[in-house]
Ligand binder design. Structure first.
Ligand code: 13P
Ligand code: SF4
Length: 367
């Protein structure tokens, strides 16, 4: 890395560059950095970004990689903010995590603020002995401070690929789970575990007692936060019906952030990694309708030409925040790094880090 005297490169100078030039320059910066940098790409990232990733995967896989690759001082995380925060929590203190665009957030993560979760916990505490009876379980699609809340209150994090194991762990310790911020992942997982509907309630953070009668709170085993993914909630049962009519032998595979009415009509449900693995391992000639983010499905289509792969809905768009990481942002971050400038450094405060890591470590131990 060159450090002395160089000036930080400006993002505006990258916006108008042609894709080929950005690709070549990013590859050159990466080569110059060698083993100093690890580029991670979530399965929803654009091809122009994925082509530079050392590894691509789902949230769980990327979190594990960030923890394992401690020899790489710089981790350029091509995903969304909560994923980069997780990488910062799990990586060593000498590692630096970079998110090429700080505006790459997650609308679901924004649906639970720490003030709301604190308020929910206090409301529960007025009705039940909350610390002895409720395990908070937070989907990794959440701010670090919420992971810290779970660590501090005997709770745990989960991803879409280990939600069931996490819920089993949580119920093994206390009688109730407060699951946030995605009600669908929580409900779909509990449905698969055979939890009766009457034992689940939804907590609306904008209503007193989450909008629930006191008795329902006392008897509930699963308290589902009213939150959702703006992308996955757009898939409808009618989309499944349409493809089944068009292709009687079609296999429908969806992400567990979809509504239960969609999940219940699907043949298979699982994380982005599960979806890729399943379709890739399927026999040639099979037909698939896939209910998850568009970039992943388009790539799957191209990489599996011996199968017919359809996107489950023509009206669902990409994840707008994942889409923010593009070739100009990546090239800008990488060239700056090669010049000795760290841009968009993700730093989780130490007090949050300690508790959040406890919640994440509990998850790693059960997955
Ligand atoms: P995965 O954990 O399945 O990669 O999902 C992450 C995500 O944000 C889905 O919307
Ligand atoms: Fe968040 Fe949904 Fe985008 Fe995943 S697809 S990052 S849950 S908004």
């Amino acid at each position: 890395m060159r450090t002395v005297g160089s000036v930080q490169l400006q993002l505006t100078d990258y916006r108008a560059l042609a894709r080929e030039e950005l690709s070549v320059r990013t590859a050159m910066a990466k080569q110059a950095l060698g083993h100093q940098v690890l580029v991670l790409g979530h399965n929803y990232q654009r091809d122009e970004v994925i082509e530079h990733a050392d590894f691509r995967g789902d949230s769980l896989l990327l979190a594990k990689l960030a923890a394992e690759r401690s020899e790489r001082p710089y981790v350029v995380f091509c995903g969304v903010h909560f994923m980069a925060e997780t990488a910062d929590i799990l990586s060593r203190s000498n590692q630096v995590v970079i998110l090429p665009d700080m505006a790459a957030g997650c609308s679901m993560a924004d649906m639970a603020a720490i003030e709301q979760v604190d308020q929910c916990w206090e409301s529960l505490a007025r009705l039940i002995p909350v610390d002895e009876t409720v395990t908070p379980a937070v989907y990794v699609n959440s701010a670090a401070v919420l992971k810290a809340f779970c660590g501090e209150h005997g709770g745990i994090t989960c991803t879409s690929s280990n939600a069931r194991a996490v819920m089993e762990w949580a119920w093994g310790r206390r009688e109730k789970i407060l699951f946030f911020p995605d009600e669908h992942l929580g409900r779909n997982t509990a449905n698969k575990m055979g939890v009766p509907r009457g034992q689940m309630i939804v907590w609306d953070p904008f209503l007193p007692n989450g909008g629930n009668p006191v008795e329902a709170i006392r008897t509930a085993r699963l308290i589902l936060w009213k939150g959702h993914c703006s992308v996955h909630q757009m898939f409808q049962p009618a989309h499944v019906d349409y493809f089944r009519r068009q292709h009687p032998h079609i296999n429908v595979i969806v992400h567990p952030e979809c509504h239960e009415d969609v999940v219940n009509k699907a043949d298979l449900v699982g994380s982005t990694e599960f979806i890729i693995r399943t379709v890739s391992a399927a026999p040639a000639g099979t037909v698939w309708a896939v209910g998850t983010e568009l970039n992943l499905v388009n790539r799957l289509k191209r990489e599996q030409p011996d199968k017919r792969v359809f996107f489950l809905s023509s009206t669902v768009c990409q994840c707008a925040t994942m889409f923010r990481i593009d070739a100009p942002h990546l090239c800008w971050a990488m060239e700056n790094l090669a010049e000795g400038h760290v841009v968009n450094h993700i730093v989780v405060p130490d007090d949050e880090k300690v508790w959040a890591k406890i919640a994440l470590d509990r998850m790693m131990a059960v997955s």
